[in-house]
Design a protein around this ligand. Sequence first.
Ligand code: SAM
Length: 201
Amino acid sequence: MENAARTAAYHALMAERTDDVSRRLAAIFPGDEPQRFVWELGCGHGHFLNAYAAAHSDKVCVGIDIVGERIKRALRKRDRAGLQNLHFIHAEARLFLGVLPRHVSIEQLFILFPDPWPKKRHHKHRIIQPSFLEAVAARCAPSARVHFRTDYQPYFEDARAVFVEHPRWEIADEPWPFEQETVFQARAESYYSLTARPVRA
Ligand SMILES: C[S@@+](CC[C@H](N)C(=O)[O-])C[C@H]1O[C@@H](n2cnc3c(N)ncnc32)[C@H](O)[C@@H]1O
């Protein structure tokens, strides 16, 4: 395929994905009254959010992952448990944030064992970046929290520094809100956790 054709195909695919995620979000959050939700980014097979949603039936929970097969498995678990307050969407995090309806805010964001991208030249792929935290802060409720956990200490230190240096975030000295082992947590020898909250403008 030639470059121009490849670019056109890419744009068509992105437009299709954007429409799909927008439609799913409109179905989860109808109307325009303010609503809050608990978001898990990179939910994998959905172990964490299934347990969290079962224990918090008053909260709307949405898990996303870029791998469609993982979302299918997460949805099967959700359906077996019959959880009405839990949704899983095949979506990339920045695309998801970009189409999140204006009346909807993030109450909690869980990022559990994100891809660590250990090589320096790949650090730009890490999800915890100043620009991403800026985009998240713009969609957070004032009392929101981000809960981040990794087993890769260099990523933990780096992520912590990104939060500390970011003008819209501060580290919150709070206990981890909910324990449920994920697939990657089960494989980890040890791990590091932080909670951050948005700073009022
Ligand atoms: C290392 S796995 C951890 C999965 C799960 N949280 C756990 O602890 O078992 C990271 C997950 O994040 C997903 N992911 C990576 N980048 C993403 C992005 N930008 N948007 C959504 N999901 C993403 C991957 O597909 C993968 O399922």
